[in-house]
Design a protein. Structure first.
Length: 603
C-alpha cells in the first residue's frame, strides 16, 4: 500500500526510503514521497517510459530495466511520490465523439492514438503512448532527490471561499414545439410493419437474434447528438436529436409517445435516478447565441414530464454553450465551463453554486457517485502556481470536505470511479500518466504501477472535463479493470488491485477483436467483444475470483448483422436481464443511408 502524502514514510510501504540493494531498480530516494518538481526538469531517470537496458531480468511483470551502473530500489516505481504515472497514452480516444469508429468509417490519425479528436477538442485527448510514472501533490512540502539533484517542492493550496447556497425556483415543466421527423416507433420490426431487412435472416444455430431495432430520426447534414441510453425492467429509453423515445425491452413496441423538444438536446444525465428518472437539457434556441440551459425531468416508466428549470448564466467566460450533468443520490450537479450549480433532482430546486475561489481557482468538472461529489478545479492558469486541485464536496451543501492539489504540469482528466475515488491524470510536457486511488478523506491510498498501454473509450468535452465520459472502465471490489490497446488482433483485460497498484491477472480476448469491460455483477465481470467482418460481437463473463479467468460466452450475436453492429460510429452498450443493447450516440445526418438508432439482442 502506498504512503499517503503529508505522512512520514512507513517501513515497507510504497515510496518508503530504502538503501539501494542490488537486483532492483530506480534511484534511491531517502525522502518523503514526492514526484515531478515544478522547477527545472531533472535528468531522465530510469523507470517507466525509458528504454530498457541490457540487465539481468527484474522481478515482476512490467518492471523496467535499470541502466548499467545504477543501484536499484525494490518496488514497482522509479520515483517516489504520492502518485504513480508515466508516459501518457492512457484512455484511447477512438473517434471525434469519443467512441470507436464503426465499420466502414475512416479513422483519422493523431500522434500516438488509433483515433482522433475533432479540431479544437478539449484537453481530454491523450496523444502519447506510454507507461506509468510518478506525480506529486502540490500540498506536500519536502526535498526530492532525483539523479543526484535536490529539488525544492513548495506547498500551494487555496481556501474554499464559495458563497452560501442560494435556493431558486423551478419553471413550468411543459416544453412544446415540433422537432425532426420522429424516430421509427414501429412494432419491433423496423418501420412499424413488415421488416424491410429481416435482420435475423440466415441466423445460425447458437446465435442470438435481433429482438427489435429502430432507425434513427432525420438529422441535419452536419449530424446530431443522440446521448444516453437508459434501460429499466420494462423500458429502453433513448435520446435522439430533439426527442426522447421509449420501447418495450422485449418486443420494441413504443412504451409511450415520443417527447419532442423545440430545439436539440445538448446534455443528459448519463445514469438514471433511483426512481427511474432522467434529466435532459436542450438548447434555448437555434441561433449562434443559443445556450444549453433548458432542463427537463422525465419519468422513464411513463414518459411524464416533471419539473423544468433554466440553468443560470455564469460570470464572464463561464459558458453554458455546453453543460455536463451528474447525479449523486438526490443531488443533480450541472457543470458549466467554470462553475457548477446543484439542484434537488426530485424538485428542480436550486441548492447551491460552486464558483471561483482562492488563488484564481475555478471548477472545471464534477464527478459523482451514489453518495459523493468530487470537483476538479483549475488554479492559477498560466502563472507560476498553475495546477489542478481535487476537492471532495458535501453533496447536500457543497461544503469542501478536503482538498488535494496536484503539482504544476499535471491535469486531472478522468474519474474512473468516485466510490472508491480512482483518478487518471496526465502530464503532457513529461508525456506521463498516473492512476491513483484516494481514501474518503482525500489522501492518496495507492497508485497503479502496471506497465501497459490501456485503451478505454473516452468521450470529448469541448468546454468541460467530462470526467466520467469513459466506456470500458470498471471498478468493483477494490479492483480496477482496464482494456489494453490492440493495434491488431486480440487485446486483453487487466485486473489491477487498488490496494497494491499491481496487476492481479489478465485475460486475452476470446476472438481476434478487442474486448472491453462493461460492468461487474454477481462475482463476474461482463465484457463485450467487438464484431469482426465475418462474426458478430460477443458478450462474455469473466470470473473475478479464483484462478480461472477465461471468458465464458453469454451471447454470440449473428454474423449476418455484424456489419450493422460494427457500424455505430459512436455508441452506448449495456447488458441487462440477458439482453444486449447497442445504440448510437451520434447521428451522421446522411439521408442516403438508413442509419440505425438502436438494436436489442436476445436468445
Amino acid at each position: 500500500m502506498s504512503q499517503p502524502p503529508n505522512q512520514p514514510p512507513q517501513p515497507g510501504g510504497f515510496g518508503a526510503p530504502q538503501d539501494p540493494p542490488p537486483g532492483g531498480f530506480g534511484a534511491p530516494a531517502p525522502q518523503p514521497p514526492q514526484g515531478p518538481p515544478s522547477g527545472p526538469p531533472p535528468q531522465p531517470q530510469p523507470g517507466y517510459g525509458y528504454p530498457p537496458q541490457q540487465q539481468p531480468p527484474q522481478p515482476g511483470y512490467g518492471y523496467p530495466q535499470q541502466p548499467p551502473g545504477q543501484p536499484a530500489q525494490p518496488g514497482p516505481y522509479t520515483q517516489p511520490g504520492p502518485y504513480n504515472s508515466g508516459p501518457y497514452g492512457q484512455p484511447q480516444q477512438p473517434g471525434p465523439y469519443g467512441r470507436q469508429p464503426g465499420y466502414g468509417y475512416p479513422q483519422p490519425q493523431f500522434p500516438g492514438t488509433p483515433g482522433t479528436p475533432p479540431p479544437g477538442g478539449s484537453g481530454s485527448r491523450n496523444p502519447f503512448k506510454g507507461k506509468p510514472a510518478l506525480a506529486v501533490g502540490a500540498a506536500v512540502a519536502a526535498l526530492l532527490v532525483i539523479g543526484g539533484g535536490v529539488w525544492a517542492v513548495t506547498a500551494n493550496s487555496g481556501d474554499d471561499k464559495d458563497k452560501k447556497p442560494v435556493a431558486g425556483k423551478s419553471d413550468d415543466p411543459k416544453p412544446t414545439g415540433s422537432g425532426s421527423a420522429p424516430v421509427d416507433t414501429g412494432d419491433g420490426s423496423g418501420d412499424g410493419g413488415e421488416d424491410p431487412e429481416n435482420l435475423n435472416e440466415g441466423r445460425q444455430a447458437g446465435e442470438s437474434q435481433v429482438l427489435w431495432y429502430k432507425e434513427a430520426p432525420d438529422a441535419p447534414g452536419s449530424g446530431a447528438d443522440a446521448p444516453g441510453m437508459w434501460i429499466t425492467g420494462k423500458t429502453a429509453v433513448k435520446a435522439a436529436y430533439k426527442q426522447v423515445v421509449a420501447y418495450d425491452v422485449g418486443d420494441g413496441k413504443p412504451s409511450w409517445d415520443p417527447i419532442v423538444f423545440p430545439e436539440k438536446i445538448c446534455s443528459v444525465t448519463p445514469e438514471k435516478t433511483a426512481d427511474d428518472k432522467i434529466v435532459v437539457v436542450y438548447m434555448s434556441g437555434s441561433s449562434d447565441r443559443a445556450k444549453c440551459n433548458q432542463m427537463q425531468e422525465i419519468d422513464l416508466a411513463t414518459g411524464a414530464k416533471g419539473w423544468k428549470a433554466e440553468i443560470e448564466d455564469g460570470e464572464l467566460f463561464d459558458s453554458t454553450l455546453s453543460v455536463e450533468l451528474n447525479v449523486s443520490g438526490q443531488i443533480l450537479m450541472a457543470g458549466r465551463s467554470q462553475s457548477g450549480t446543484a439542484y434537488d433532482v426530485t424538485t428542480g430546486k436550486k441548492l447551491y453554486d460552486k464558483k471561483r475561489y482562492g488563488d484564481a481557482c475555478f471548477p472545471a468538472g464534477f464527478a459523482t457517485g451514489p453518495t459523493q461529489i468530487v470537483q476538479v478545479a483549475s488554479c492559477g492558469a498560466g502563472g507560476n502556481n498553475d495546477h489542478d486541485e481535487l476537492q471532495g464536496l458535501d453533496p447536500k451543501t457543497g461544503k469542501v470536505l478536503w482538498t488535494y492539489p496536484y503539482e504544476k504540469g499535471w491535469r486531472v482528466e478522468r474519474a474512473y470511479s468516485v466510490d472508491p475515488l480512482v483518478v487518471y491524470a496526465t502530464n503532457e510536457e513529461k508525456k506521463v500518466w498516473n492512476i491513483s486511488t484516494f481514501t474518503s478523506a482525500g489522501k492518496v491510498l495507492q497508485q497503479v504501477g502496471v506497465q501497459e498501454d490501456f485503451a478505454p473509450e473516452c468521450g470529448w468535452a469541448i468546454l468541460e472535463r467530462d470526467l466520467q465520459g469513459c466506456e470500458g472502465v470498471v471498478v468493483a471490489d477494490n479492483t480496477l479493470y482496464l482494456p489494453t490497446e490492440a493495434t491488431s488482433g486480440a487485446n486483453a483485460i487487466v485486473a489491477i488491485d487498488l490496494t497494491t497498484g499491481k496487476e492481479k491477472w489478465r485475460v486475452k480476448s476470446p476472438a481476434e477483436e478487442s474486448m472491453m469491460p462493461m460492468k461487474a455483477e454477481g462475482g463476474q465481470l461482463i465484457a463485450y467483444v467487438r464484431p469482426s467482418y465475418d462474426a458478430g460481437g460477443q458478450v462474455v463473463s469473466i470470473a473475478t475470483g479464483g484462478g480461472d479467468h477465461q471468458p465464458a460466452k453469454l451471447m454470440q450475436n449473428p454474423r449476418g448483422v455484424a456489419e450493422i453492429e460494427n457500424s455505430f460510429y459512436s455508441k452506448d452498450i449495456d447488458w441487462v436481464d440477458g439482453r444486449f443493447y447497442i445504440s448510437s450516440t451520434r447521428l451522421s445526418g446522411d439521408d442516403d443511408s438508413k442509419e440505425k438508432l438502436m438494436l436489442a439482442y436476445g436468445k
